[in-house]
Every structure is written in C-alpha cells, then in structure tokens.
Design a binder for this molecule. Structure first.
Ligand code: KG4
Ligand code: ZN
Length: 342
C-alpha cells in the first residue's frame, strides 16, 4: 500500500481566511474558515485593504485550529498547498507568504494551486468515485466558466463570461433591490416567496459561442425595471424580481451547460463555486442532467463557497503530478487556468 499523503492547505484569495488538512486528496480531516462577511457588509462589498489586514490577523490562528481539529502537528504534514491566484493580490500574498514560511521552516514541498482548480476539486471531496474526464460549471463571485476536466490538472475552457460573473450579477441585483451583501444567498432565500414567471428578464445568447455567457444585460434589465417602477411611483415585489432574475440566470446556465454536454458527449457533469449552492440552479441542472442521461455531481454548500479543503484536494493531484513551487512563488491576481508559475 502506498503511503498516505497529508496536505495542509491555505486559502486567502478573497474574504475568507481558510486552512484545512486533507488526506490523499479526498479525506477532509479539518476545514476551518474564518469569514470576513460581517466586516465587508458595512461597505456593501469586499474592501481589498481590509481583507488583507484581516487575513494577517487570522491566518496563524486558523492554521493552528486546522491542525488541532485534524489531531496532527506540522511534523505529520507531507506538503503545503496554497492558492496563489487568481484573486485580490494583497489577500493572496498573505496566504502565499504564510505557506512559504511554513514549508521553508519544516523543509516541506510547496504546491501552489489555481483557485478555480480548487473549486472544481471540491467535487472530489464528497464523491470518491468521481474521476476525470467530466464537465464542470464553475460559478462564483469572480468566475463563470464551463470547463472540460480532461484529466487531473488538465483543463479546457469551453465557455466563459464576456462581462459579469454570475455571482457578481447576484450581488449587484441584490444591492439594487435593497438586500445587501452578499447577495446570492439572500436572493436564493427571497426567491422562494416570489413568482419566477412574474417578470421576463432577457437570457443572453452569443451567436458564435453558444457556451459563453453574458450577465450584464439581465443585470441592466433588472435595474431598468426597478427605476421604471420608481419613476411611475409604483411599488414592486422584491420577491418577484429576485425569483424572476434567478430564473433568467438559471435558465442560461442550464441551457449552455447542456449544450456543452451534447458537444462533448461526456456523461458526468459537476458544479462548483459559491453560486453552485443556489437551490434553483441545482434543481434545474439536476433535472436537465437526468433528461440527458448524465450523472450530476455537486458539493455541499460549505465546499462551494471559498474554503481550503478544496485547495487541499487540488494540491494533492498537483503533488502527485510532480508540481513543486520555489521560495519565489508569487501571488498572481489574474492567473489563467492551466497556466503555471514555475
Ligand atoms: O466561490 P465564492 O465563495 O468566491 C469566489 O471565488 O468568488 O463565491 C462567492 C459568490 C458571491 O457572489 C455570492 O453572492 C455567491 O457566490 N453565492 C450565491 C449563493 N451563495 C453564494 N449565489 C447564488 N445563490 C446562493 N445560494
Ligand atoms: Zn472562490
């Protein structure tokens, strides 16, 4: 039997300071997340400077807790995994510097991970049978990608957003109807009380790229609808706007995903990222996959939003593939999927 590989993973690309201990890429021994949401709420969105400062305050504590909950010490760890991009540069730097310091002090291999590769790998945690190739819809606050996972660490992007990310649209619409930050979970909740067919918001299709997305149109349509009501002195139903907007986004994400399923002929479809915890999107994709005869995989909500367990899962497969980063590893705010800093 091969030796177990225990990875200590660190994630600090946005507003969660997170650390986890993961065994053999799939067995999560601990998953500690310190969220800054309450702090950023005051400003209606993530303030990069505040995020960096908070990461510095929390990171040691979060790592100590991850080791304690896993009942291990740094002497038991085989490698350090860390998100080095994409994300907020100051926020990323805190995790990267911390990971480098621990790896250097303990003489451990350092494995830098792409944040989206982490999100995709969240699916490995709860689905031990899931192996590439499969399709994955990555929908988060910063990304909307339809990715073909050809093999571990081998990605082909089939579709991407031309403008706003899906989560960004959720957050902006939530702010416009007065729900506050972060908008996604609030729209999800309020939509249950609304009629998704009350208002028709546009579904954007890009003629020459059927797997690409665009969400700026639907966002503007919601803003115009609200302004129109206000100009006429009419009230509108927040719940109906939320539900109708959510339906428009869900329809497009589902339709384009199934287009990719048919194009590739792959029979496994996974979702990832913060928006993947949206109840309407999950239900719609589950139904569409059933109709197409495709197996549907989704992580629990705690593994959808930013966490370090997913980074530990991704780092394990990078580690097996021989990925090792040097002490010059830097934060890369616009790192592309499949691109490596060596
Ligand atoms: O993956 P994530 O934690 O961070 C990024 O890498 O961006 O995603 C955060 C995004 C936010 O835009 C948030 O509003 C959205 O995910 N989100 C949701 C839900 N939960 C989180 N969007 C829709 N429905 C949800 N239930
Ligand atoms: Zn993320």
């Amino acid at each position: 039997m091969e030796k177990d590989i225990l990875i200590l993973a660190v994630e600090s690309s946005c507003d969660e300071t997170a650390a986890a201990v993961v065994k053999n890429g799939r067995d999560v021994r601990s998953n500690v997340i310190s969220s800054q949401i309450e702090l950023h709420k005051l400003y209606g969105g993530v303030v990069p400077e505040i995020a960096s400062r908070k990461h510095i305050e929390k990171i040691n504590q979060v790592i100590e807790e991850a080791l304690a909950q896993a009942e291990v010490t740094l002497d038991d760890i085989d490698a350090i995994g860390v998100t080095y991009g994409p994300g907020l540069v100051g926020a990323l730097l805190v995790g990267v510097a911390e990971a480098k310091a621990i790896a250097y002090a303990k003489g451990l291999p350092l494995v830098g991970v792409h944040h989206i590769e982490g999100h995709i790998s969240a699916n490995y945690v709860e689905h031990p049978e899931l192996e590439p190739p499969f399709l994955c819809l990555v929908v988060s606050g910063g990304h909307t990608h339809l990715v073909c996972v050809r093999d571990y660490g081998k990605y082909e992007i089939l579709g991407r957003t031309r403008d706003d990310a899906a989560g960004e649209a959720f957050d902006k619409v939530a702010r416009a109807i007065g729900l506050g930050y972060p908008g996604g979970p609030k729209i999800d909740r309020l939509s249950r009380e609304g009629n998704p067919d009350a208002i028709f918001f546009p579904r954007a299709h890009i003629e020459d790229a059927p797997c690409d997305f665009s969400f700026s149109g639907v966002k503007s349509a919601v803003l115009n609808y609200i302004n129109g009501c206000q100009m006429k002195g009419e009230t509108y139903s927040q719940a109906d706007v939320a539900a109708s907007f959510q339906k428009a986004v869900t329809d497009v994400l589902t339709e384009h995903s199934m287009q990719a399923v048919r194009e590739t002929g792959l029979k496994k479809f996974a979702i990832a990222g913060g928006v993947a915890s949206n109840s309407s999107l999950r239900a719609s994709l589950e139904e569409a996959c059933r109709k197409e005869g495709v197996r549907f995989y989704y992580p629990s909500p705690i593994f959808c939003t930013d966490n370090a367990a997913m980074i530990g899962a991704a780092a394990y497969y990078e580690y097996l593939a021989g990925t090792r980063h040097g002490w010059d590893l830097n934060a890369v705010p616009n790192l592309k999927l499949g691109e490596r800093q060596v």
